[in-house]
Design a protein around this ligand. Structure first.
Ligand code: ATP
Ligand code: LTN
Length: 333
């Protein structure tokens, strides 16, 4: 039955608390269309260790991200939810792909350039090779589409380039996946700087609304959010903060951004921010309740992740076997 459906794959790194950007750019789209597809949603812990991290925090964040997928509405009838490191084929295919990846492709990636600047002299080889691991994640499942936010487009282009190169050299092995990026919410901006994307790894907690923030925290962050001196809000490239806050409000209240812009065209930031806080708090409350319920149920998440990894391993192993064979590796007897 599910075989007739197109397949999707996507993942989020457990590098911190998930925020509205992750939700509006990625998870919301997974959930909206999940019934139509055969979905694989992964918590990519092997990617998370390419940045400096604390082991105990990583374990906690891995569980929290998986639980948030479910709390946000990912439905196990349509999706396989699992942890990347529980399926060894991800690391194995990553190595095979790395051997086929030109170094200059990796060095020219925006994320590598930005994050390596931040990490200074101690840039790990994992950060450079990140796109090969991401390509492995995706290609193992032979998906048709990869639903992500706009910042991931470049990584999916490399995934396609690598798949094409491998297929050309060693014969048909991988399906070339499409990036599936929704026009709205694909790039939610930081609350403290409307020209930077909202990110888990921004040192300032005020820059993002985390999905598990309390109403008080949400109010505080929105109150402090950067604004401009103009009276009235508008959607305007020259007004990144106004545009960002209006877009977030529109998405949270299921309205068109233009409609919201018209409503607040003469409003000051004060009254608008009060409405935005209320909308964010109301929007997140049911998801937070579900999160608490399912993390309190002893053993539930473990069972979900065990079943997910078992199902993922079967699919991943098939592709790994074909790729290994096509490369000329002797099959084990
Ligand atoms: P980090 O800061 O650790 O790199 P991040 O917050 O950028 O993390 P990722 O784990 O890299 O989040 O991204 C997970 C998913 O969320 C991806 O599909 C990504 O495109 C999407 N995403 C991340 N940030 C945003 C954002 N600000 N707006 C829209 N989508 C986003
Ligand atoms: N690089 C992605 C996370 C990620 C991913 C994936 C997304 C790793 N593997 C496979 C989609 C498909 C990011 O959001 N930083």
């Amino acid at each position: 039955m599910t075989n007739a459906k197109l397949r999707t794959f996507s993942g989020i790194q457990p590098t911190g608390q998930l925020h509205l950007g992750n939700y509006l750019g990625a998870i919301r789209n997974w959930v909206q269309t999940q019934a139509k597809y055969d979905n694989y949603f992964c918590v990519v812990d092997l990617h998370a260790i390419t940045a400096p991290h604390d082991p105990a925090e990583l374990r906690a964040a891995t569980r929290a991200v998986a639980a948030l997928y479910l709390a946000c509405g990912v439905d196990l009838d349509y999706a396989t939810v699992f942890v990347q490191s529980h399926v060894p084929a991800h690391s194995q295919l990553a190595w095979l792909l790395m051997t086929q990846t030109p170094l200059n492709w990796l060095e020219s990636m925006t994320q590598y350039k930005e994050k390596s600047l931040r990490q200074g002299e101690n840039v790990g080889a994992g950060l450079l090779n990140y796109p090969a691991l991401m390509a492995a994640d995706i290609l193992l499942y032979q998906p048709h589409g990869v639903p992500v936010g706009a910042d991931q487009k470049e990584h999916i282009e490399v995934t396609r380039d690598l798949a094409r190169r491998f297929n050309d050299r060693y014969g048909p092995t991988f399906r070339l996946p499409e990036p599936w990026i929704q026009p709205e919410g694909a790039r939610v901006m930081s609350l403290t700087d409307g020209t930077k994307k909202m990110s888990k790894s921004d040192p300032s907690d005020l820059s993002r609304i985390s999905l598990l923030d309390t109403p008080k925290e949400i109010e505080k962050k929105i109150k402090r959010a950067k604004t401009d001196p103009q009276l009235g809000l508008s959607l305007d490239l020259d007004r990144p903060e106004s545009t960002n806050l209006l877009t977030i409000y529109a998405l949270l209240t299921h309205q068109e951004p233009s409609q919201v812009a018209a409503e607040f065209a003469t409003s000051g930031y004060g009254p608008f921010k009060a409405r935005l806080s209320e909308a964010a708090i109301n929007f997140l409350a049911p998801m937070q309740t579900r999160y608490r319920e399912l993390t309190q149920e002893v053993g539930y998440l473990e069972t979900v992740l065990k079943t997910g990894a078992e199902r993922a391993r079967v699919v991943a192993h098939q592709t790994l076997t074909i790729a290994s064979h096509n490369l000329g590796l002797l099959p084990p007897t």
